[in-house]
Design a protein around this ligand. Structure first.
Ligand code: 13P
Length: 282
C-alpha cells in the first residue's frame, strides 16, 4: 500500500528503528525489494535519483514504482532521491511520488533554505513529504562526481529546521555514496549533537559499506531513513554473474529471476539489520 514517507518515519521514531530506502532502476529491482518487504512484513521506501533518469526515464519507471507500491501488502513510500531541478521534482509529484528530496547541499545555507522552502510549498499541494540535505555527503549518487565530504555543522541543522520545518534531513557525518575504499569512520559525535538539538527525522545516505553495528547505532541516534543504492546494484550484478557461472540461466526469464533474487537478497539483509522486520502497520 502506498503511504506518505512521513508516516513511516514517525513509526520509526516511535519504534526506535530506521526504514530502508532502496534505489531501484527497473521492474526486477522493484519486485525484489517488495518480495523481501512482504516476506519480512516490513515497511520500505522505493527511490530513484534524478541522475539515474538517463537510464530509467521518470515517466516510465515512476508510474511503475507507484503502481507496485499500491499493490504491495506492506506500507511503501515512493521517493524521488537527490532532486536537482524543480522540473523533475514536479514531474515526480505529478506521477504520485509521496516524497521528494531537494538536494541543495552544494548551495550556501541561505540559498539551500530558500530553495528547499520553494520545494516544500510545491510538495504541500500534493500532500507529499520533503527531504533536504545540509553539509555534503561524499561522492555522488551515480559515481559521476567526486564530491568531498563536508560534515554537517549542528548549528546549521538547528537553523535549517527552524526556517524550513522540513520532514526529513540528510546529514553528512563522514558517509559517502558508492563503495568506500576503507570502512568509514562515522562522526557519531556530530550525529549525537544534531539528534540532541533537533527534532527532524535524520537520513543517512551512502549506506553501502557501512557496518551493521554502525547502522544499528545510527538508527538509535536519530537516523530514521537509510539509503541503499550501490549494494543493490552490486548484488543484482553478482547474482546474475553467479547464475551464469553455475550454468543456471537457460534463457531470458531465468536472467530476470536472477535480477529479482539479487535485489531481494540485498533488501532482506538490510531490513533485518535495520530492525524493520515485522514493523508493517497494515
Ligand atoms: P550508496 O550507493 O552508497 O548505497 O548510497 C545510496 C544513497 O545515498 C542514495 O541517495
Amino acid at each position: 500500500m502506498l503511504v506518505n514517507m512521513k508516516e513511516l518515519l514517525a513509526d520509526a521514531e516511535n519504534g526506535n528503528y530506521a526504514v530502508g530506502s532502496f534505489s531501484v532502476a527497473n521492474m526486477e529491482m522493484v519486485l525484489g525489494v517488495l518480495k523481501a518487504a512482504k516476506e519480512l512484513n516490513a515497511p520500505v521506501i522505493l527511490q530513484i535519483a534524478e541522475v539515474r533518469l538517463k537510464q530509467s526515464p521518470l515517466e516510465v519507471i515512476g508510474p511503475l514504482m507507484v503502481a507496485a507500491a499500491k499493490a504491495a501488502s506492506t506500507p511503501v513510500a515512493v521517493h524521488f532521491d537527490h532532486g536537482k531541478t524543480m522540473e523533475k521534482i514536479s514531474q515526480a509529484l505529478d506521477i504520485g511520488f509521496t516524497s521528494v528530496m531537494f538536494d541543495g547541499s552544494h548551495l550556501p545555507l541561505d540559498e539551500n533554505i530558500k530553495q528547499t522552502n520553494e520545494v516544500i510549498k510545491k510538495a504541500k499541494q500534493y500532500g507529499a513529504a520533503v527531504e533536504a540535505e545540509i553539509g555534503c555527503v561524499g561522492g555522488s549518487e551515480d559515481g559521476s562526481e567526486d564530491i568531498a565530504i563536508n560534515c554537517t555543522k549542528p548549528e546549521d541543522a538547528v537553523r535549517f529546521e527552524k526556517e524550513t520545518n522540513v520532514d526529513a534531513l540528510a546529514i553528512a557525518i563522514g558517509n559517502a555514496h558508492g563503495n568506500y575504499k576503507s570502512t568509514p569512520k562515522l562522526r557519531f559525535d556530530i550525529l549525537e549533537e544534531v539528534e540532541r538539538i533537533t527534532k527532524t527525522p535524520l537520513v543517512l545516505h551512502g549506506g553501502t559499506g557501512i557496518t551493521p553495528d554502525d547502522f544499528v547505532r545510527c538508527s538509535k541516534t536519530g537516523i530514521k531513513k537509510i539509503n541503499i543504492a550501490t549494494a543493490t546494484f552490486d548484488m543484482v550484478e553478482k547474482t546474475v554473474h553467479d547464475c551464469y557461472t553455475e550454468n543456471s540461466i537457460g534463457g531470458y526469464y531465468d536472467l530476470q529471476a536472477a535480477e529479482v533474487e539479487g535485489a531481494y537478497r540485498n533488501a532482506k539483509r538490510h531490513i533485518l539489520i535495520f530492525g524493520t522486520d515485522n514493523r508493517a502497520k497494515c
